[in-house]
Design a protein around this ligand. Sequence first.
Ligand SMILES: [Zn+2]
Length: 450
Amino acid sequence: MIRTILVFALIVVIAVAAVWLSDYPGDVRLTWGGYVVETSVVVVGALALIFAVLVALIYRFWIWVKHGPGRIGEIFSARRRDKGLEAISSGMVAIAAGDADEARRQAIAAEKHLSGEPMTLLLAAQAAELNEDNRAASIYYDRMMSRQDTEFLGLRGLINRAIKEGDLEKARDLAKRADELRPGTAWVLKELYELALKLRDWEGAESALTRLARGKSAKGDMVRRAKAVITYEQALIAIKEKREADALSLAQQAHELDSSFVPAAVLDVKLTAEQGSSRKLHKLIGEAWKHAPHRDLAEAIRNTVSGEQPSDWFRRAKETVAPHNPDHVETHLMLAKAALASRDWGPAREHLMKAGGETPSAGILRMLAELEEKANADAFAAREWIVKSSVAPQDPLWICDSCGRQEEKWQAHCPACDSFDSFTWRTADRGPHNPDVIEAEIVQEISAGS
Ligand SMILES: [Zn+2]
């Protein structure tokens, strides 16, 4: 409003001045060098007005330019940020899709527009990983480590790097640092646990597992089972170091943690026979056979009495062990073997038939062949069983669930793939039916038996 009045007033003044000037016309004469310029006062006034307007405009422009760079800078930096963010998101998509070239291109673009930002560093490191440029990846992780806001993320990258490079000690040190930085972080504890297992650091594994279980990051049964295995391994170390009492106590703990864990039951029985009372041993054998019937346990129970005659063992097995789990396949197998050894043919046949059921395994059929030969000297019947055994299901073994490796003896780590606690007692799946191979096996069995 005021502005309008002012403009109006200005127009009035100019109009009055123009009228006044036309009433009092005059001449203006300018002499400069060899030139003479003559004009009216009105023209000079108009020129002066145009000059004043021009000066005002130039002044306004100068003010705009003076404050301009900030404003222009803002516009440019916002655009740069947008471009940087776009590059980061495209780069992350490329990483998820496994497109190494695109990831690297976007990482370079992000670095150009958003240099030094945490996400830019992460993208650059991931792109370097994808391109298998280990040196570059390590450099980016190191840069992340030097900044407080990305140190934890950088540590994670370096831990994975060290694991990939097989430097487990270094990975464990880095994981410990990450644990100090943010204590109790689930992935750090998990990493500490797995690294300790790989390094056979049982104490470290146990402590990480206990903390994981506290944070409810691991399920109850899995924790008890893993603790049983870890404690069992600690018992084995105690045996090696001749700490007998520790060994027994650890074996008992492992057995208590998981009563179905056969190796712990076996070790508990063996060490209790050596160090414990006979009353305790008697009770233990019954409990162990109830929860972990197995041929290794049968062997351990048999060995608790040294120099025992086969017939005495057969009687002891029948009277003190079998009643704790009378219908189990392993019970019949134990009794069949004991009866065969003590030449009690009738019970041997009976228990072999019960152990074999509808589809007896190759091992049971071979024992039946042995029985025919020893009991009846019937080579023809023995041969029949051998022929059948070659196409029968295989006997169970400790088989690695990760890689399929078969072992006679249970082990905490698979010797082939280094998986922890991956062996289960089961039968391997037979390969595709191949009559030629089976025929060759029959020939081998018969020639070996004759
Ligand atoms: Zn394996």
